[in-house]
Design a protein around this ligand. Sequence first.
Ligand SMILES: Nc1ncnc2c1ncn2[C@@H]1O[C@H](COP(=O)(O)OP(=O)(O)OP(=O)(O)O)[C@@H](O)[C@H]1O
Ligand SMILES: [Mg+2]
Length: 161
Amino acid sequence: MSGSIGAASSYQAGPSNSPGPGPGFGPWRRTSKLELGPLPSAVTCTRLHAKHIFREWDLAHVADDAELIVSELMTNALTVASPLPDIQPITLSLQAGHEYLMIQVWDALAAAPAPRRHAIDSETGRGLEIVSLLSDRWGFYRPVGGGKVVWAALVTGAARH
Ligand SMILES: Nc1ncnc2c1ncn2[C@@H]1O[C@H](COP(=O)(O)OP(=O)(O)OP(=O)(O)O)[C@@H](O)[C@H]1O
Ligand SMILES: [Mg+2]
């Protein structure tokens, strides 16, 4: 990971009209899925869950960055999902292959995440910029069943530098 967090960000999400993150990340050797109700405790729960998973999957070298991404994506999902009248769980999916760790968070709101420009001293509007800086690629898509998935992929294998 390189780069700094500044005011005039130009980071972009991947395409939203694809059925998933796209080809080239898998095949996956390990997968994990966790569904949690849209409660404030969901962020801590998923971060702790992810921490243990990354240890079990020998991904200690990316664990700090990956945990932060999980935390930012879960916080965003919780923020948009908790006011919805139809309460549905937020889903964290983790997948690891030879080259990539894929983090995906589903929430019930179809609306796209919207990275926004923020003042240098602003305390909000940084979550997706952090995701962009810590991941190798990120994006979102709307699965057939509704809602949307925001995803981030980290290089874990030999290509990591
Ligand atoms: N899962 C999501 N669904 C819908 N909109 C989202 C989602 N995630 C983010 N957004 C939109 O994108 C904006 C930018 O998100 P980002 O995480 O960068 O900043 P923030 O959540 O407003 O502040 P911070 O993360 O710094 O506390 C959010 O304000 C929200 O409008
Ligand atoms: Mg945020």
